[in-house]
Design a protein around this ligand. Structure first.
Ligand code: 5GP
Ligand code: MG
Ligand code: MG
Length: 195
């Protein structure tokens, strides 16, 4: 097995430059949407950005550094994939929130939306905790693979970075068998490494 990371990649879909440009656009959009009116006396309560571990860790880190508002940051973990590329049925929540989201606007930050099953159960979970709205900010979306329809809660919105073709992608937080999360770009592995 070649050791250098880049030698495992067959094709780059989004490079570092494209990613950072798109992430700062998303952050500006969120800052504008959640900032409230400029002349309002009572500013809206700070939104809570909830990263879905582990895949969203780089996206969340880049996104929050570009959001020009007071915000809280937290994580949940939902296990839907094992070590491979096939989705399990219902994702299990294996790490819950620390921040109390009751009455707050939550933005769920995901690496990629595939079948939609993870997000739909996380939105229901946040609703049960009393969030007043739940938005979704997904770095990638694979709309052709959707099986479970999900909807943001209340006034929530759906932000997405890029539409992803139907490949199993790695990098920028996303893994294959817990490897490749540290790639600073998104790509497709050479077939011999999907084993
Ligand atoms: P869903 O519940 O929407 O089917 O799957 C969501 C999760 O599956 C994502 O958060 C991600 O962790 C994983 N996933 C889906 N597609 C891909 C992919 O192409 N590459 C990687 N590395 N993970 C994926
Ligand atoms: Mg994920
Ligand atoms: Mg994974």
């Amino acid at each position: 097995m070649a050791l250098k990371l880049q030698s495992h990649i067959e094709r780059v879909l989004w490079d570092q430059h494209q990613i950072s440009r798109r992430v700062s656009e998303l952050a500006s959009q969120i800052s504008a949407d959640f900032g409230g009116a400029a002349n309002s006396d009572s500013p809206p309560p700070p939104p809570v950005l909830v990263g879905v571990a582990t895949g969203a860790f780089l996206f969340l880190a880049d996104l929050v550094r570009n959001i020009d508002l007071p915000i809280s940051v937290d994580f949940v973990r939902a296990d839907s994939y094992g070590s491979g590329t096939i989705s399990a049925e219902a994702p299990k929540l294996s790490l819950d929130l620390k921040v109390d989201v009751k009455g707050k606007h939550v933005i769920l930050v995901e690496d990629i939306v595939d079948t939609g099953s993870t997000l739909s159960s996380l939105i229901a979970h946040l609703e049960s905790k009393g969030a007043s709205s739940v938005s979704v900010c997904a770095f990638l979306d694979k709309p052709t693979r959707r099986k479970v329809h999900f909807q943001p809660l209340g006034q929530g919105k759906f932000y997405k970075g890029f539409e992803c073709p139907d490949y199993f992608v790695v990098g920028y937080g996303m893994d294959f068998a817990e490897l490749y999360r540290n790639l600073p770009y998104v790509g497709v592995l050479k077939p011999e490494y999907y084993k």
